[in-house]
Design a protein around this ligand. Structure first.
Ligand code: GLU
Length: 225
């Protein structure tokens, strides 16, 4: 069972995300990663093994950002490795994923046919390319995530960011758990469980099956399936 922690904060989100990942370590994992929105670009750092290895990379890179997604992976498709670690990126889209995409093989062939190049062995990378495919077509972040999710079979939770949307995160729950944490001082977060957010807030709500949350700065909107 892997872990997701992501959010939009008024302050540097990096230490909050790393703290969240450490609090998710009890769930078990084989690698960890983080993606941040910095000056309209996606900065991604990943490491096989412990969150501490990721933390060392973060310490060297010294990133600072208000918006980010972070993940501890428990491999189901593809070996534990840095290349297979999340976040996965396609164009302006980056995401972390918990669970399994059952129809990933079919989608992979379809996306390869459309010219997308795969760099990992995961089922997750299909989702990144699929959202990017719809984003390039629709030029709308929320629409792209919704259209892609309609094509996915399986049980999963996702947290997604878009380089064109500096203060936004979209969280989606279908099967795997996801909570929304709210803090006036620290921001709005999504996570696999409340333990990830204990240093940030005790105020949270659990997303229902099929629910999507669109965090935009200090506000958020919930959508049912
Ligand atoms: N199926 C995905 C993978 O193998 C996600 C696994 C997880 O939930 O950590 O990368």
């Amino acid at each position: 069972m892997c872990g997701i922690v992501a959010g939009v904060s008024g302050q540097n989100i990096v230490p909050l995300l790393i703290d969240g990942l450490k609090r998710l370590e009890y769930r078990g994992y084989d690698s960890a990663g983080i993606a941040l929105l910095q000056k309209g670009e996606i900065l991604r750092l990943r490491a096989q093994g412990k969150v501490q290895s990721l933390e060392e990379k973060v310490r060297e890179a010294k990133p600072s950002a208000h918006t980010g997604i972070a993940h501890t992976r428990w491999a189901t498709h593809g070996i534990p490795s840095e290349i297979n670690a999340h976040p996965h990126v396609s164009g302006k889209i980056a995401l972390v994923h918990n669970g399994i995409i059952e129809n990933y093989q079919l989608l992979r062939e379809e996306l390869q046919g459309a010219g997308f190049k795969f760099s990992s062995q995961t089922d997750t990378e299909v989702v990144a390319h699929l959202i990017n495919f719809y984003y390039m077509k629709e030029q709308d972040f929320l629409t792209a995530v919704r259209k892609a999710s309609q094509r996915l079979e399986g049980a999963y939770a996702l947290a997604v960011i878009c380089a064109d949307r500096p203060d936004e995160v979209i969280g989606l729950r279908r099967g795997s758990p996801l909570v929304l944490g709210l803090s006036d001082s620290q921001g709005i977060f999504v996570a696999s469980d409340i333990f990830a957010l204990l240093a940030i807030t005790r105020s949270y709500l659990t997303l229902e099956q099929g629910e999507l949350v669109h965090v935009q700065g200090k506000g958020y909107q919930l959508y049912d399936s």
